[in-house]
Every structure is written in structure tokens, then in C-alpha cells.
Write a protein that binds this ligand. Structure first.
Ligand code: HOC
Length: 393
């Protein structure tokens, strides 16, 4: 049928997802900050770097597998944390986590998830899985979430550093995002937290009678609370995670400057995700790939560097690896797969991406992930003013 073996060209996926989603769902998943210039610069940066294939290489024994924090995975490509997956499909995070395990890919659960930590962990089975934290200013609640993440086998904590409030996203503001999220069970991950349940009781809110009020309290006070977490506080969070988890990796997501990357190294953070939140936070910002290049040059040998923002193909992922990322996360591709056909849609999109990556290695003459380096790409100066229609995807 139409949504069986659908065309996995990213432009097609996007079209099918738009057709399937409500206006609110489509606007939320596709929106960017402001006039989308950060998104555009993400796409332009990929366009500027070109892969240089090598010939007569024995790629018969090529291998897309790699390791992330000591876990062997099928590819250096994983699921970026994205909140409220029930907007896209009723089975939401459960389907995504299940497919991740089936394909042996790293999965990162958003703390704005629409299913509980416990249920997602069960769906994800043996993982590997990471827990993304939108840090609540309520320390007791934060500790409770970290503890639940550890108790449920999450292998690393990833603190998002760029989203204390959502960026100004016209389309999403237009659809009245706030009410929309609540309708889709936004934040069940939080609503099921024992400390948050205590907070609801203290405030006299019965979530069974007043789910919208309870949901609003969760989001307003603990997710988009508008109160920035500073480096000082981040140190506390890292120490708490280390204590609770017995030293499992702690990472920062959203790093875009060399200064911040150096600070992360100085404070003993295990890894960073160079990311501009897919262009959804600051408009007119530096592309994630350009930031990656500068950061790798400055601290690439001192910290584990991951990457996200704007990846639409295996070639994009390859370019980020060539520039020096050790691991690449994708977001909207799997969200749209989920929107189109639930679990099947996620599986179909990911299997296509993995096949594309494998074939790229074969036809490009690359044998191992660790051999992907700057010598594999040719780059135009970043002053080049360019953009093809295709890079609008
Ligand atoms: C219910 C809160 O990363 C985005 C997301 C923010 C997730 C918070 C959801 O929209 O970019």
C-alpha cells in the first residue's frame, strides 16, 4: 500500500509525513527558529563538502560498525532525542526504541518523552540507550529522573544546554503549540515521576481530573522553565549522575563554540554533541558542521565528539564523520518515518539509511568507519555563496 515500502528519498519522506500529520504535528516537526537560516546554513554546509571516492579498494570486507561508550553498534548513526513522540504516532517512543534495538543502533530518549522511562527501557531491551535531560530547576525532581534513568539501564546522560525555552518558531506559535502538546499526552515521562506526583499533590492538582493542568505544570516548571542552567550547576548535575550511575558517561548537547567545548573538556565532561538543535533555537546561527570543524580542530583529541543537525542522508553523516565527529545522530528522518507508518515507518527509513551508508562505503572505497577522515572529503571555502533547491530539504 501507499505507506508500505514508501520512497525513502528525504524530500518524499517529508511530503508523506506532511500528508499524514495534522497541521499542528507537521508544523511542530518541521518548524525552525525565525526564518530558518540556521537550518539553511546546516544544509549549505553539507553541500560545500564533497566526498572524494577511492577506487580499486577491497571493500568486500567493509564494516559500518563502530563503538559508542564501549557499546558495539551497527553504524555510527543513532536516534537523536526528540520529545513527545505521541504527536507522530500513538505508539511513539515505544516503537522507536524497539526498532533501535532491533537494528543495534544507539537510542537517546528525550526527557520530554510521551512514555515513561520504564516503558521505553522495556521496549528498547538491551539497548544501548542514553538519557537526554532537560534539567528541571527542582533538584529533587532532577535526581529522581537521573535515578530512574540509571535504574532502567540508561548508559549515559546527555544534558541539553540550548533549550531553556523554545526558540521563536513562527509556524509552531501559529498553531498554538502549548495546547497542542498537552492533547498528545506531552510529558507522561514526567507525570509518572514520583517526585513530580508529590509536587502535584502539594499544589492540589489531581492529574486524573485535571490532566491539562498537570501537564502544564510539568512543562512550564520543569522543561521550558526559562531559567538557564549555568556551568556551575552543570558540574553539580554531572557529579550527581556520576554518583548515581557509578561513573557512567555524562555529555553536553548543543555545544557550538570552541570556548564552550574547551570549558567542557576543562570540567571533565565525557562527550559533547555539536548541535544547534536542528536550527530550532537560534536563528541565523553558525551551521553545526562549521562549528564541528572548529571544535574538532581545537579539542578533537581531548573529548568524545558527536554531531547532529541537518543530516538527511548517509553522505551527510559521512561528511560529519570525515570532519571529525565520532558519532552522528539523526532526528527528523526518523520522526517522519514514525509519522508516516509508525514502527514500520521508522524501521523502513533507518534500514534505507543504513543500506545507503553501507553502499556509500562500497562504491566510495571506504572499508572501516575509523578510516573516514578529512582526506575523504574536498571542501569549498565557507565563504562560497551557494544553495541549490535540493538543499532546502
Ligand atoms: C513537551 C516539551 O527539542 C524541540 C524539542 C523540545 C522538546 C520539549 C517538548 O521542539 O525542539
Amino acid at each position: 500500500g501507499k505507506y508500505g515500502l514508501f520512497n525513502t528519498d528525504p524530500a518524499e519522506i517529508e511530503k508523506l509525513a506532511k500528508e499524514k500529520l495534522s497541521q499542528g504535528g507537521w508544523y511542530y516537526s518541521s518548524c525552525n527558529a525565525g526564518v530558518s537560516w540556521t537550518h539553511l546554513s546546516n544544509r549549505q554546509a553539507f553541500y560545500r563538502h564533497r566526498i572524494v571516492p577511492r577506487m580499486l579498494v577491497d571493500t568486500n570486507l567493509r564494516d559500518t560498525a563502530t563503538e559508542i561508550f564501549g557499546h558495539k553498534v551497527s553504524a555510527p548513526i543513532g536516534f537523536a532525542p526528540i520529545g513527545i513522540n505521541r504527536i507522530y504516532h500513538p505508539t511513539g517512543e515505544l516503537s522507536v526504541a524497539k526498532v533501535a534495538q532491533e537494528l543495534n543502533l544507539a537510542y537517546c530518549l528525550s526527557s520530554a518523552g510521551s512514555y515513561s522511562i520504564e516503558d521505553v527501557a522495556k521496549a528498547n531491551g538491551s539497548g544501548p540507550r542514553f538519557f537526554q535531560l532537560y534539567q528541571s530547576p527542582d533538584d529533587e525532581l532532577c535526581l529522581s529522573m537521573l535515578q530512574r534513568a540509571f535504574d532502567n539501564g540508561f548508559d549515559a546522560c546527555m544534558l541539553t544546554t540550548d533549550t531553556w525555552s523554545l526558540g521563536w518558531r513562527h509556524n509552531d506559535v501559529f498553531t498554538g503549540n502549548y495546547a497542542f502538546y498537552h492533547e498528545h499526552g506531552a510529558g507522561d515521562l514526567g507525570l509518572q515521576d514520583p517526585v513530580f506526583q508529590k509536587r502535584l499533590k502539594e499544589a492540589g492538582i489531581d492529574p486524573a481530573k485535571n490532566p491539562k493542568e498537570a501537564g502544564a505544570k510539568w512543562i512550564d516548571e520543569n522543561i521550558w522553565h526559562g531559567r538557564a542552567i549555568t556551568w556551575e550547576k552543570m558540574k553539580w548535575t554531572m557529579e550527581q549522575w556520576k554518583r548515581i550511575s557509578g561513573g557512567r558517561p555524562f555529555c553536553l548537547k548543543g555545544i557550538q563554540s570552541v570556548e564552550d567545548a574547551k570549558k567542557a573538556v576543562e570540567l571533565g565532561v565525557d562527550g559533547i554533541v555539536v548541535s544547534n538543535h536542528a536550527g530550532r533555537q537560534v536563528d541565523g546561527g553558525i551551521s553545526s558542521l562549521d562549528a564541528l570543524e572548529k571544535i574538532v580542530d581545537a579539542v578533537g583529541d581531548k573529548i568524545y565528539i558527536m554531531f547532529d543537525s541537518g543530516v538527511r542522508s548517509a553522505a551527510d553523516a559521512f561528511k560529519a564523520l570525515a570532519i571529525g565527529a565520532k558519532f552522528v545522530f539523526i532526528g527528523r528522518l526518523w520522526v517522519w518515518g514514525l509519522s508516516i507508518a509508525g514502527e514500520h515507518g521508522v524501521r523502513h527509513v533507518l534500514k534505507s539509511l543504513l543500506a545507503e551508508f553501507d553502499i556509500l562505503m562500497e562504491v566510495g572505497g571506504f572499508v572501516k568507519v575509523k578510516d573516514i577522515n578529512r582526506g575523504c572529503i574536498d571542501s569549498l571555502p565557507n565563504s562560497s555563496n551557494l544553495i541549490a533547491e535540493h538543499s532546502q530539504i
